[in-house]
Structure formats: structure tokens, C-alpha cells
Design a protein around this ligand. Structure first.
Ligand code: A3P
Length: 286
């Protein structure tokens, strides 16, 4: 599809208290009535927290030995459907998920916990939640909004940051979810990939051989995924990778190249007020 056929730079609106765009609410009935299966695995994240990375890790852990065809011809977004997405000329996330030929189904969502379809809880599906420190997350989201025409225009960095802090960005403010799930941090994955994969595998009940694990590791490095057309979104027409590549930097602490001292102080103050849960510790550098 061409850029002309999809709604570019859509309006944000309040949707049950969360900022949204129509691409994530147009299919609401089907999303809410989605029939999860007990072995489905939901990959839940705030946008830009490391969704693609963890989706690809899971895809390779489950289906890495299914043959080269799959690895070279099916983009990751078709292997791991984005549950709530609904844009013209493309199958909706729920349709893609319903038609997935493989088991378990890996399904991605950015929905805040109160919007996650109830069948996932009823079926007691496993949920892998990926979180990232809010400063790097904001920077990554800013660049993503610049390059992805189906996101609202981010404006300049300081306007964006202000709106991000006020929850006036798609999916609202960064929100923690709870229980029944495996919680992962982007920073931990960067710091010690092997430890994190062992934790993930034990949650999933998988015991890949050392060779399999090594094969997955080599495929999911930042550089491999940046080169890989199935994971770098180079096939997505509405993304202008010249503005900012989808696989942008993949670092912890890039926020320091964007935040002014004043912005950082304001952010920290606001953060202290909003993040009351002492058990949830994010690292802004490693
Ligand atoms: P940056 O913009 O900071 O580079 P999502 O998949 O949720 O949209 O998250 C995208 C962010 O994850 C981007 O961050 C991207 O570069 C980073 N990312 C994707 N794959 C990665 C990998 N293999 N290693 C490290 N970072 C990765």
C-alpha cells in the first residue's frame, strides 16, 4: 500500500482515559471479544520498550528451526500479530492472529492492562511484559513518531517530552502492569542477554540446547536485526527510515543526548510523584 492510502498523522483523542489514535480503536469490538487460547503467549509492552527484540527472541525460540523460508520471507509483524492494529488495506491484528497457522500463537499488544481482552486472563495465558526506563523510552518514541507517518506528528523534542509526561501520546503514560506474567527489562537484556534468556525460557518451560540458544543469540543482536529485512521494518511503506531508522540505536542512556539539564530535572520531579511503587526499579544507565 502507498502512503496516500493510509491516514497519515492522525489525531489523538481520549479513549476511556487513555490517549489513542483510531488505528488502535477502530477494531475495538473484535479486540475486546478476541478469543485467546490457553497456550497463546502475549507480548505486552509500552511502545518502544523492546517489543520487536523480545518478539523475535520468542519467535526464534519456538519456530527457529521451521525452515529458512519462514525466516527469509515472512516479516516479523506477520508472525507476531499486533492485536489492536487496524488500518486500511491490511488485515487487522485480530484477523492475522485468528489465521496464524503456528502454535503457540505469539501476539503483541501495547494495550494498557485494563484494555487487554479478558479471554487472555480467563485462559490464563502466559504474558511476557517488557519495560524500559522512561527517559530512553521517550527518546525512542520521539524518533519513532518522526519516522512513522501513521503516528501523530511529534513536534519538536521539548513539546514531545512535555506531552509524553502528560500522557498525551498514544497509549497514554507509561504504566506498569502486574501479576501472572514474566516481567523483563530492556536494560537487563542489554546488560546480560544470556541470564535474561535463561529466565525467559524457564518461565516458558523451554529448554533449548546450547547450540540453539547460541543461534538465537546471534540472530537477535542489534546489528543482525538491523540488517534483517524481516525485522527492520524496511517493508513498511509508512515508515520513513531516512528520517530515523526503525532499528535506531539500541542503547541504554541515549536520553542523555536529548534531555537538557532543565528537562531532566523536571522529568525527575514528575517521575517521583507518579512512580510510587518502590518495588519497581528502572535503570537509566548501566
Ligand atoms: P532505540 O530507538 O532507542 O534504538 P519496539 O520494538 O518496542 O518498537 O522498540 C524499539 C527499540 O528497541 C528501538 O530503540 C530499537 O533500536 C530497540 N531494539 C530493537 N531490537 C534491538 C536489539 N536487538 N538490541 C537492542 N535494541 C533493540
Amino acid at each position: 500500500f502507498s502512503q496516500m492510502e493510509v491516514p497519515c498523522r492522525p489525531e489523538l483523542f481520549d479513549f476511556h482515559g487513555v490517549s489513542m489514535i483510531s488505528a488502535f480503536t477502530d477494531n475495538w469490538e473484535n479486540v475486546q471479544n478476541f478469543k485467546a487460547r490457553p497456550d497463546d503467549i502475549l507480548i505486552a509492552t509500552y511502545p518502544k520498550a523492546g517489543t520487536t527484540w523480545v518478539s523475535y527472541i520468542l519467535d526464534l525460540l519456538y519456530f527457529g528451526n521451521m525452515g529458512l523460508d519462514r525466516q527469509t520471507s515472512i516479516p516479523l509483524y506477520d508472525r507476531v500479530p499486533f492485536l489492536e492494529i487496524c488500518v486500511p488495506f491490511l488485515p487487522s491484528g485480530t484477523d492475522l492472529a485468528d489465521k496464524l497457522p503456528t502454535t503457540p500463537r505469539l501476539i503483541k499488544t501495547h494495550l494498557p492492562v485494563q484494555f487487554v481482552p479478558k479471554s487472555f486472563w480467563e485462559q490464563q495465558c502466559r504474558i511476557v511484559y517488557v519495560a524500559r526506563n522512561a527517559k530512553d523510552n521517550a527518546v525512542s518514541f520521539f524518533h519513532f513518531n518522526r519516522m512513522n507517518l501513521v503516528q501523530p506528528d511529534p513536534g519538536d523534542w521539548s513539546t514531545f517530552l512535555q506531552e509524553f509526561m502528560e500522557g498525551k501520546r498514544v497509549f497514554g503514560s507509561k504504566k506498569q502492569t502486574y501479576s501472572n506474567l514474566h516481567y523483563m527489562f530492556y536494560e537487563d537484556l542489554i546488560e546480560d542477554y544470556r541470564r535474561e534468556i535463561d529466565g525467559l525460557c524457564s518461565f516458558l518451560g523451554l529448554s533449548p540446547s546450547a547450540e540453539e540458544k547460541e543461534r538465537v543469540r546471534a540472530s537477535v543482536t542489534f546489528d543482525s536485526m538491523k540488517q534483517n529485512k524481516m525485522t527492520n521494518c524496511s517493508t513498511v511503506a509508512v515508515m520513513d527510515q531516512k528520517v530515523s531508522p526503525f532499528m535506531r540505536k539500541g542503547k541504554v542512556g541515549d536520553w542523555k543526548n536529548h534531555f537538557t539539564v532543565a528537562q531532566n530535572e523536571q522529568f525527575d520531579e514528575d517521575y517521583k510523584k507518579k512512580m510510587k511503587n518502590p518495588d519497581l526499579k528502572f535503570r537509566f544507565e548501566i
